[in-house]
Design a protein around this ligand. Structure first.
Ligand SMILES: NC(=O)c1ccc[n+]([C@@H]2O[C@H](COP(=O)([O-])OP(=O)(O)OC[C@H]3O[C@@H](n4cnc5c(N)ncnc54)[C@H](O)[C@@H]3O)[C@@H](O)[C@H]2O)c1
Length: 261
């Protein structure tokens, strides 16, 4: 199968850096014009500029996916610029690390508002132009934390189980519309969420351990293959799902064997 997405329009949220940036660039390589949405407009514009430099059309959009009016405006801007929305990748997400005993109601709301409610709001807005077109691809970025529980990440784990369950349910709602709905469950990737100031590797350091040593230890002990996944891995699966009319209601792990039996 040749994955040619020439002429398609894709919207990716949280695409100013990390996995979203990698997915946006991979979809552009496969032929898409791309809307790059993020809370941070400078980062979104830098990714859009790189995509334009590669010969595709790209639009940077500032949007907070927890705000319904901004999500509607985001989708309206894509339609105004490109005339249609073929592929939506709902990637924006946040994390924090606390035990349930330490977790405040506000901590819970912050992570679940972005990760779970944000995906709901985006799908709600994105499905409308897709229904009118009789075709569409919705891809939600969940996590291996949407398949197994992690200590000190109960709120994050709950938000990602919510994304997986929501994806299954929406796929069934839309199964006769021409719209497929799937989730990607990434494993461990050295984006800001893991690597760098405030990332998981820093916060899960052993006493006296440098952040880089903590990252190497986690990579070695948590991932059966012994090496991390990449944003490009997630982009490759997004391209496959975007090109596949008969794959729906799936939550596919890209995790180097982490969730294997
Ligand atoms: N990095 C990993 O190991 C890993 C593993 C599993 C799942 N994930 C998931 O992948 C997705 C991307 O993670 P990442 O590692 O690239 O993180 P990241 O922190 O590098 O990037 C997240 C992006 O989302 C944006 N964002 C945050 N809140 C937003 C909001 N309310 N509205 C719009 N944009 C917002 C940020 O500005 C940032 O550009 C997340 O959903 C995350 O949960 C990541």
């Amino acid at each position: 199968m040749v994955f040619n997405l020439e002429g398609k329009t894709a919207l990716i949220t949280g695409a100013g850096q990390g996995l979203g940036e990698g997915i946006a660039k991979r979809l552009a390589e496969a032929g898409c014009d791309v809307a790059v949405a993020d809370l941070n407009p400078e980062k979104a514009e830098a990714v859009a500029a790189a995509i334009r430099a590669g010969g595709r059309r790209a639009l940077a959009i500032k949007a907070d996916i927890t705000q319904w009016d901004q999500v509607q405006q985001m989708v309206d801007s894509v339609i105004a610029e490109f005339g249609k929305l073929d592929i939506a990748v709902n990637n924006a997400g946040v994390i924090s690390i606390k035990s349930v005993a330490e977790l405040s109601p506000e901590d819970w709301d912050f992570v679940n508002n972005v990760n779970a409610k944000g995906v709901f709001l985006c799908c709600k807005a994105e499905q409308e132009p897709m229904k009118q077109a009789g075709a569409g691809r919705i891809i939600n970025i969940a996590s291996i934390a949407g398949k197994v529980g992690f200590p000190d990440l109960a709120h994050y784990t709950a938000s990602k189980f919510a994304v997986v369950g929501f994806t299954y349910a929406l796929a069934k709602e839309l199964q006769r519309t021409g719209i497929t709905v799937n989730a990607i469950c990434p494993g461990i990737i050295p984006t800001q969420m893991w690597y760098g100031p405030g990332g998981l590797a820093e916060r899960w350091k052993n006493p006296g351990e440098a952040m880089e040593e903590s990252w190497a230890r986690h990579q070695d002990t948590l991932i059966p293959q012994g090496e991390a996944q990449t944003p490009q891995d997630m982009g490759d699966l997004a391209v496959y799902l975007a090109a596949s009319p008969h794959v729906t209601a799936q939550a596919i792990n890209v995790d180097g064997g982490f969730t294997s039996a």
